[in-house]
Design a protein around this ligand. Structure first.
Ligand SMILES: Cc1cc2nc3c(=O)[nH]c(=O)nc-3n(C[C@H](O)[C@H](O)[C@H](O)COP(=O)(O)O)c2cc1C
Length: 178
């Protein structure tokens, strides 16, 4: 605790290996609350979150994910379902996911987004037809000390001033790389 937002952003990496420790209900609730408090287009809050914390459900998700087999070892997962009729639903899902991931990390819980075979997974989750299975997150405590080292492009490569491609002219030195 005591982690500010910048600390959380700088140190959080996507975690795919977890200890056997289980998060308590209060922690899971705090993570879902963080998603609930995220902004959405026109404040429609069309998202629905499904908490999955049974080992067999995590196995099923892993079996349906070519790139998220690691979720079988997660403590729990959250499926973020959205209604595409509202538009911008993927942005909204991403913002809810980020809120959840930062609050989880504030509490020492690591996480990673993953994709699944949507057709199979949506049937398994019993999604109503109007909902899209937009994002999935695995959560769990780290199995080792996390140093938060990231591979990111320098700010000067990805941020411009005034017009696309024009150099950013800001005082001060940021972290820039890493
Ligand atoms: C939309 C999206 C989909 C992703 N899908 C997967 C996935 O299927 N499997 C996986 O292991 N990681 C997945 N990731 C995690 C990314 O690989 C990760 O965010 C990126 O490499 C940065 O990781 P870092 O913060 O640890 O540096 C996904 C991330 C996003 C934003």
């Amino acid at each position: 605790m005591g982690m500010d937002v910048t600390d959380a952003i700088e140190t959080r990496i996507e975690l795919r290996e977890y200890s056997d420790e289980s998060a308590d209900d209060e922690t899971k609730r705090a993570i879902l609350e963080a998603g609930r408090l995220a902004p959405s287009g026109k404040n429609t809050q069309h998202w629905r979150f499904v908490l999955l914390d049974r080992a067999d459900d995590l196995e099923t998700l892993a079996d349906n994910s070519p790139t998220g087999g690691w979720v079988a070892d997660a403590d729990f997962a959250v499926a973020i379902c959205t209604d595409p009729a509202y538009g911008y639903n993927e942005i909204d899902a991403g913002r809810a996911a980020t809120h959840m991931q930062l609050v989880a990390w504030e509490r020492g819980v690591g996480s990673c987004m993953f994709t699944v075979d949507r057709a199979t997974a949506r049937e398994f989750l019993e999604l109503p037809d109007e909902y899209d299975l937009t994002a999935l997150l695995g959560f769990g405590y780290p199995d080792r000390e996390i140093r938060g080292r990231k591979s990111r492009k320098p700010l000067s490569d990805i941020a411009f001033g005034g017009r696309f491609g024009e150099e950013l002219d800001l005082e001060g030195t940021g972290q820039d790389e890493g």
